[in-house]
Design a protein around this ligand. Sequence first.
Ligand SMILES: Cc1cc2nc3c(=O)[nH]c(=O)nc-3n(C[C@H](O)[C@H](O)[C@H](O)COP(=O)(O)OP(=O)(O)OC[C@H]3O[C@@H](n4cnc5c(N)ncnc54)[C@H](O)[C@@H]3O)c2cc1C
Length: 509
Amino acid sequence: MAHYDTIIIGAGHNSLVCANYLALKKKNVLVVEAAEVCGGLGASHEFHDGFHASVAHQASHFPQKIIRELRLAEHGLSLSGNHQACIGLDRDGHHVIVQGNQVSGIPENEVDAYKRYLHLMQRYADMLAPFWLRAVPPIGNNSLPETMAFAELGLKIRLLGKEDMREFFRMITLPMYDLMDEYFSHPLLKSLLSWDALIGTKQAPRSPNNSVLQLLYRMAGDSHITLDVPTLIDALQRAAVSRGVNIRTNSRVCDIVVEQNSEIVKATGVRLESGEVVTAEQVVSSADPKTTFLKLLGAEHLEIEFTNRIARIRDDGLVSKLHLALNNLPSFSGLSSSAGRLFIAPNLETIEIAFDHAKYGESPVDPVMEITIPTLENPGLAPEGQHVLSAHVMYTPFKHKSEWDESARAELTTKIIDAIEVYAPGIRSLIVGQELLTPVDLESRFNTSGGHWHHGDFALDQLLMMRPTHGAAQYSTPVSGLYLCGAGTHPAGDITGMPGHNAAREILS
Ligand SMILES: Cc1cc2nc3c(=O)[nH]c(=O)nc-3n(C[C@H](O)[C@H](O)[C@H](O)COP(=O)(O)OP(=O)(O)OC[C@H]3O[C@@H](n4cnc5c(N)ncnc54)[C@H](O)[C@@H]3O)c2cc1C
């Protein structure tokens, strides 16, 4: 029976990043994935005859460092591209278009405000960038390198200078609504700039807490190139296989196998659904923390306080995905091209009201969404001349009043298509197939508790040295030889590979 240095549970992009780093150091790695294909929420699947889509449709802050170190360009990842256009759609065709530091569709005084805002936010994002790519030390009893890591962050903040430093601390917990009000008056611009601060977590424009931090996390990318997710997953998979990583799909892990020696519990392998046990020196899980600890490991191997903290993680997803198979390219009124990220969110109030409905288990009356046409970049996703529309729809609660019965699904789908039709008249007549994935579907199809974007809310009490909780926030866990490497760890979700990179670093050290 084969014995491995490391078994990684799940073949999402973070596992593949982690596996690549371990294989670069000559570790003998097995990746076991429940699904038929690699990629997790980034995996491409056929949702209608000949039409493919991935739940995560774009990677906008995947670090150059990982691309370079894993030599992903040699494995098929194309790095050409520009800042992507972000377009706030307007009913009358007066769209707001933001592309890097260029913005159009707003008055001149707002253009100046935008440039000031962008400059300041980018400064803060650049300052924080290095801290997303390393473990955050625990609080207390720190080693010298750990103390130095805190000191370095302190120094970076200090180097902002007195005024910007004061502003950073003031701004960091502001609701997006207030931050936007301080800089802008144009409603479409405000909602467009708030999107990345809100999507994927339980935050609305008026919520205080951490939406600004989430925005800075997403602005911290050093590539400024948006990567097509299926192409990135292919490159990661090819690179891993070329380095000797063994990947087994259709192999669900049912248990993490442990050995108990007096007080010490040690992970020694995994038991697959087929009953097969595979052993290794280390087990690394990219499954979300609740799945890892409560389902695969079992609370009997953990202290009660740790178990309670894991059980309390807030991970009810709020984002649904709609995929449309279109027999032609849709035309959005007033736009010469549908390339980029198109937003239907006329103002912050509409976003807030959608969130209010979700709080009470209801679908939004006016859904707000981000749309892309991935076939413009990757025509192979649909039959020749045909297209895929991919929409992230915010504030669709995991715990829906109707438990997402057929009528709730049909009602939401109709509302989303009605909303798109306002900006792309005639789109309904192009639809030849469709798929709606609510958070409940995402949970069951992608083996992710709550169908949550980040495997657990991006919230101050679930971040940094508290992500997923103390005792497991530096990728190691209370069980010897068991590590985490998925989105539920620092820094968080999105297609960034950062948790996988950081976990590999800790495992190798
Ligand atoms: C609706 C939606 C849209 C999104 N869109 C974007 C986007 O456009 N851009 C972006 O950057 N991010 C997006 N995200 C977030 C992003 O997809 C995730 O944060 C990211 O995929 C997390 O990667 P991961 O590798 O940590 O985990 P996952 O992608 O969740 O992969 C984990 C893998 O582990 C496997 N697994 C779990 N349990 C077991 C088991 N017991 N045995 C074997 N295998 C197991 C799963 O099958 C899965 O393949 C989106 C998320 C959602 C929900």
